[in-house]
Design a protein around this ligand. Structure first.
Ligand SMILES: [Zn+2]
Length: 345
């Protein structure tokens, strides 16, 4: 193990990954720090990228965050789910998760709303970009090959890393994060799934692998300089946080505030407007004159969500059995369903 890998941190991380359940989720892209999400090829011909995952300045390997991301009218709303953080933070209260859980128990329109609103997950790491064919068309200052960028990746990619970390006999272990001559590149092959019923396709990362050969990213001095450009993952995730006041505003705009108001107030959320004006009658008509929300037509990143009727119906059946299991909607199951569907195609 080279000096670039903190053995204790790696072992802790390994333990955390072993204990963690396999989950899957969707995606979203953020700022300039980011490595632009790789494009997908065709069903048979992948687009190819290559690079090395490296630890952040605190020695952390990669992190998971949860978020809510949905289309509301013309625009998209992003909220970092307060359940993001160390595994123990999962107990944190999130009004959007709470609203999702309640909507699941409602009418079919509510369920559809819940499906849009539900928590998704994403992983983030520092990634040295070795090959990116898109560089050919980039202006010199925008080129990324040879640089370390933040890579936000979906669960399908995370499974590849996790497998190397957790498989003690066959896995490459820390080598997948080591910039030294012991390290191994990640060879990213992005295929496209076949068309879904609604005509949409998703990226398929399943053919991606870690390189069989090892190699350093440069001389010791070069690596030293490179590693200084890594982004602190915790800070990065924290920077996406949505302040509580803003969350309340979003909840109100989405007509969700009344649904979760009581719980919110218990968890230190404040309704700043409530002081000034008279509180609305609790019995007031709850049904909002909601317009039919249009499904996202454009393909957003690799967000494997789908508001199609099929999924919603499936969800209805499952939820009937699971009624009152409120706080934890089974979005994992839903996503797994979708992935299984993709696999079967
Ligand atoms: Zn949440």
């Amino acid at each position: 193990m080279s000096k670039w890998i903190n053995k204790d941190l790696f072992n802790d991380f390994k333990k955390e990954k072993i204990e963690e359940k396999d989950t899957s989720g969707g995606g979203f892209i953020r700022s300039n720090l980011l490595w632009e999400t790789p494009d997908k090829g065709t069903v048979e011909q992948p687009k190819m990228y290559e690079g090395r995952f490296v630890p952040d300045p605190k020695g952390k390997f990669y992190k998971k965050y949860y978020y809510h991301f949905w289309q509301s009218g013309e625009s998209w709303t992003f909220v970092l789910c307060p359940k993001t953080g160390e595994p123990s933070d999962f107990k944190n209260f999130c009004p959007f998760c709470a609203a999702t859980a309640k909507l699941y128990n409602g009418t079919s329109q509510d369920k559809s709303h819940a499906y849009q609103l539900k928590r998704k997950e994403r992983h983030v790491a520092n990634f040295w970009v070795g090959k990116d064919p898109r560089d050919e068309d980039r202006d010199p200052e925008k080129k990324v090959v040879g640089k370390i960028k933040v890579y936000e990746f979906p669960s399908q990619v995370e499974k590849k890393l996790k497998n190397e970390v957790t498989d003690s006999s066959e896995g490459y272990g820390y080598q997948i994060f080591d910039p030294s001559e012991e390290g191994r590149n990640f060879i990213l092959k992005v295929l496209s799934t076949k068309k879904m019923e609604d005509g949409r396709t998703w990226p398929d990362y399943s053919s991606s692998t870690f390189s069989r050969t090892q190699g350093a990213l440069g001389s010791d001095e070069e690596i030293e300089a490179l590693m200084k450009t890594c982004t602190d993952l915790e800070e990065y995730i924290n920077s996406m946080e949505t302040p509580k006041e803003k969350q309340v505003e979003i909840l109100k705009n989405e007509f969700l505030w009344e649904l979760v108001e009581t719980e919110c107030l218990k968890h230190d959320y404040k309704d700043l407007e409530a002081d000034g004006e008279k509180k609305e009658e609790p019995k007031e008509e709850k049904e909002e004159p909601k317009e039919e929300k249009e499904e996202p037509k454009e393909e957003k990143e690799d967000v494997p969500w789908d508001t199609g009727e099929k999924e919603v119906k499936k969800e209805v059946k499952k939820e009937v059995k699971k009624e009152k299991k409120a706080e934890k909607p089974n979005d994992e199951i839903l996503d797994d369903d979708l992935l299984a569907e993709l696999d079967a195609m």
